[in-house]
Design a protein. Structure first.
Lengths: 331, 250
C-alpha cells in the first residue's frame, strides 16, 4: 500500500481526514466554537452511516430501523447516569452488550425476509424500541433525560471539553473506517458482498449466508450503538426522538448520497447532508427573508437531483473523475 | 459393479396437481459422466434442484456417498462434495473471474468468520483459483469482471467455480445452454478433460455433446426415467426414440 494515493478520490479522502484531524485547532484559531459542535455532530452521524453502509451498501440489507441503535447507545449512557454511574467503561460495555443483543434478536427474525419485507420489519422493531422508551416514565418518557456529566474514562482519554470529545469521536470514526475496510476485504466481507449480488449462488457454494449476514448485522448494530453513546455524551440530553424512523430514513439518505458500498461514501454523504441542513436555510434567508421556512423544498430537490444524476453518490462522481483521467483505483 | 456414489430412490415432486418428478430411481457410478436427457418440460431442472437442495422432494430418498442427504441444506450438500452449475448463468457479476472462483474455493475451505486478513493476500487460495481458471481455459482473463465476459466464458466460469469446490460429484445443468458451435466444442473438450477424475451428472440438450461425452445415459420423460443404458444401447432403443427423438426416427 502506497501512502500517497494516486486517484483524485483517494487524495480528497486523505486530505479530508488530515483536515478533520487538525480541525479543532483551526476552529479555535478562527474563534468559531459553533463549527466544532457542528463537526462533532456530523462525525457522530458519520459513524452511524458507516455502520449502516456495512449492511446496506456492502450487504444489500436496507434497514429502516438503524436509528434504534443510536437510541440504545444513548440510553446506555443516560440510564446509568440517572443512577449516578458515570464510569465510561460501564457505559461502553453496556452499549456493546445491549446493541449486540438487540441486533441478534431482531436480526434473527428480520434476516429471514428480503427486500421490502426486511425494510418493514426493521422499521417495526425500531418503532417498538421508540415507543418502549416513550412509555418509560421513570426515564423521562418522551420528554427525555438530561445527562449532567459525560462518561468518565479513568486513566484513559477524558471526554470533558469540546476538543477532547471531538477527538474521541474522531478516534472512533477512524476505528470504524478501519474495521469496515478490513472486514469487507477479508473472507467474511467477501461472503457478505457475494450474497448481496447472488445469495442463491453463495449458498450453493457452501456458505450458510444467513449466519454470516446475521453476524454482519450485529457488528453494524454495535458500531451504531457506539455512535449513539457518543451522541448521548455530545448532546447531554437524550430523548426517544433520536431513534425515530425519520432519523433512520435520514441515515439511509446520507449513505445513498455519499455512495453505497464505498468506504468513504457515508462520510461524504453525512457531511453534505449536515452542511445543507445547516446552511441552506441561511442561504434561503439571504435570498429573501420570507423564504427561510421553505428551505426544505430546495433541499429535497437537491437530494432528488443527486440520486438521479449522481450515480453512485458523491463517491461515484469522484471515481468518475478518476476514470476520466484514465486511472482506476478502488479504495 | 462398484457402489454407486449417488442413489435416488422413489423420488417424487409435485407442484399442486402437476407431477414434475414421478418416482425416479437412479444410481450414478463414480468417476463416469452420466447424462440425463429428455424433452423440454421432462423435469430435468426440477430433478437437479432436488439433488442440490434448492427444492425439497415430496417423497423419496437421496443418498450421496452412502449418506442420506434428502433433508440437508444446499450449503451442507456443498460441503459433502456435491457441486452444481446453473442452467441460467449464476455468478457474482460485479466481481472479477478470479474473485468469483476464489469465493468458490473459500466456500468449502473452512469457515469464513475471518474479519481482518484481506483475501487478496491469501496466496494459497489465489493459486487454487488460478489453477481452476486455467483448467477451463480462462487463465488469461482472470481480472475481467464476470459481467463483461462473453456468455460462453461465463459458462466456463461456472464450471471453474464448481471445480473449485473440490466436489466428488458435479451436477451440470445444461452447461452448453445458449452457446455457439465453437463455444460448445470448447466446453465438450473441457468436460472430456474431467472424465475419470470427477463424477459428472450432466443435463444437456445438445445431443452431439451428450453422445460424445456420456458413458451412461438416462432418459427422463414426464418426470419418469424410462431407460438407463450405455450410449449405444440407448441409440438403438425404440421406446426412447419414440418418446424423445420423435416418431419419424423410429
Amino acid at each position: 500500500m502506497s501512502w500517497l494515493p494516486t486517484s483524485v478520490s483517494g487524495r480528497i479522502y486523505t486530505a479530508l481526514l488530515l483536515l478533520l484531524a487538525a480541525a479543532p485547532w483551526i476552529i479555535l484559531w478562527a474563534d468559531q466554537p459553533f463549527l466544532l459542535d457542528l463537526l462533532s455532530r456530523g462525525l457522530i452521524l458519520a459513524i452511524a452511516t458507516i455502520s449502516l453502509n456495512l449492511i446496506l451498501g456492502y450487504g444489500g440489507m436496507v434497514s429502516l430501523g438503524h436509528a434504534a441503535f443510536i437510541g440504545i447507545g444513548a440510553y446506555c449512557v443516560g440510564i446509568p447516569a440517572y443512577y449516578d454511574i458515570y464510569n465510561g467503561w460501564i457505559h461502553l460495555l453496556l452499549t456493546i452488550v445491549v446493541s449486540a443483543a438487540f441486533a441478534l434478536v431482531t436480526g434473527t427474525i428480520c434476516l429471514r425476509t428480503k427486500g421490502v419485507y426486511f425494510i418493514m420489519i426493521t422499521l417495526a422493531f425500531s418503532q417498538m424500541v421508540y415507543f418502549t422508551f416513550v412509555s418509560l416514565e421513570e426515564y423521562g418518557g418522551d420528554d427525555g433525560l438530561v445527562i449532567y456529566l459525560r462518561s468518565d474514562f479513568p486513566a484513559f482519554m477524558t471526554m470533558d471539553g469540546p476538543v477532547a470529545l471531538y477527538y474521541w469521536i474522531f478516534g472512533v470514526l477512524l476505528l470504524a473506517l478501519l474495521l469496515v475496510h478490513r472486514l469487507v476485504h477479508a473472507r467474511f466481507g467477501r461472503v457478505i458482498v457475494g450474497s448481496k449480488f447472488n445469495d442463491e449462488r453463495m449458498q450453493s457454494l457452501g456458505f450458510n449466508t444467513y449466519r454470516y449476514r446475521l453476524a454482519c448485522y450485529v457488528i453494524s448494530g454495535v458500531i451504531c450503538g457506539i455512535a449513539g453513546m457518543l451522541l448521548g455524551n455530545f448532546t447531554s440530553f437524550i430523548s426517544p426522538e433520536m431513534m425515530s424512523w425519520i432519523r433512520s430514513g435520514e441515515l439511509i439518505f446520507m449513505v445513498v448520497m455519499g455512495g453505497t458500498g464505498s468506504l468513504f461514501g457515508p462520510l461524504m454523504g453525512t457531511g453534505a447532508f449536515v452542511f445543507l441542513e445547516q446552511y441552506l436555510p441561511e442561504f434561503m434567508k439571504l435570498l429573501r427573508e420570507s423564504w427561510l421556512e421553505y428551505w426544505h423544498l430546495p433541499f429535497g430537490l437537491l437530494l432528488v437531483a443527486l440520486v438521479l444524476f449522481g450515480k453512485g453518490g458523491i463517491h461515484g462522481m469522484l471515481t468518475r473523475l478518476d476514470a476520466r483521467r484514465g486511472r482506476t483505483e478502488s479504495d | 459393479m462398484t457402489e454407486p456414489i449417488l442413489r435416488i430412490t422413489g423420488l417424487c415432486k409435485n407442484f399442486g396437481g402437476i407431477i414434475a418428478t414421478d418416482n425416479v430411481n437412479l444410481e450414478v457410478q463414480p468417476d463416469i459422466i452420466h447424462a440425463i436427457i429428455g424433452p423440454n418440460g421432462a423435469g430435468k431442472t426440477t430433478l437437479i434442484a432436488q439433488l442440490s437442495g434448492q427444492l425439497r422432494p415430496s417423497a423419496g430418498r437421496i443418498e450421496f456417498n452412502g449418506e442420506d442427504i434428502t433433508h440437508h441444506s444446499t450449503a451442507s450438500r456443498a460441503h459433502s462434495g456435491l457441486a452444481r452449475s446453473f442452467q441460467i448463468t449464476s455468478v457474482v457479476l460485479p466481481m472479477t473471474l478470479l474473485e468469483n472462483v476464489m469465493l468458490a474455493v473459500q466456500g468449502t475451505s473452512g469457515h469464513s468468520y475471518r474479519f481482518w486478513r484481506p483475501v487478496s493476500r491469501d496466496q494459497e487460495m489465489r493459486n487454487q483459483a488460478m489453477e481452476h481458471l486455467t483448467r477451463v481455459g480462462l487463465g488469461d482473463r482472470v481480472h475481467r469482471l464476470a459481467a463483461e465476459v462473453s456468455h460462453g466464458e461465463q459458462r466456463q466460469l461456472e464450471v471453474a467455480m464448481a471445480l473449485a469446490m473440490k466436489p466428488r460429484m458435479l451436477l451440470l445443468d445444461e452447461p452448453m445452454a445458449g452457446m455457439g458451435t465453437e463455444e460448445s466444442a470448447r466446453m465438450v473438450e473441457i468436460l472430456s478433460g474431467l472424465r475419470g477424475d470427477k463424477t459428472i451428472l450432466l443435463i444437456e440438450h445438445d445431443m452431439d455433446a451428450v453422445f460424445t461425452l456420456a458413458d451412461i445415459l438416462s432418459v427422463l420423460v414426464n418426470g419418469h426415467i424410462i431407460a438407463t443404458d450405455t450410449v449405444e444401447n440407448i441409440r438403438g432403443n425404440l421406446e426412447v426414440q419414440k418418446a424423445y427423438l420423435g416418431e419419424e426416427h423410429a
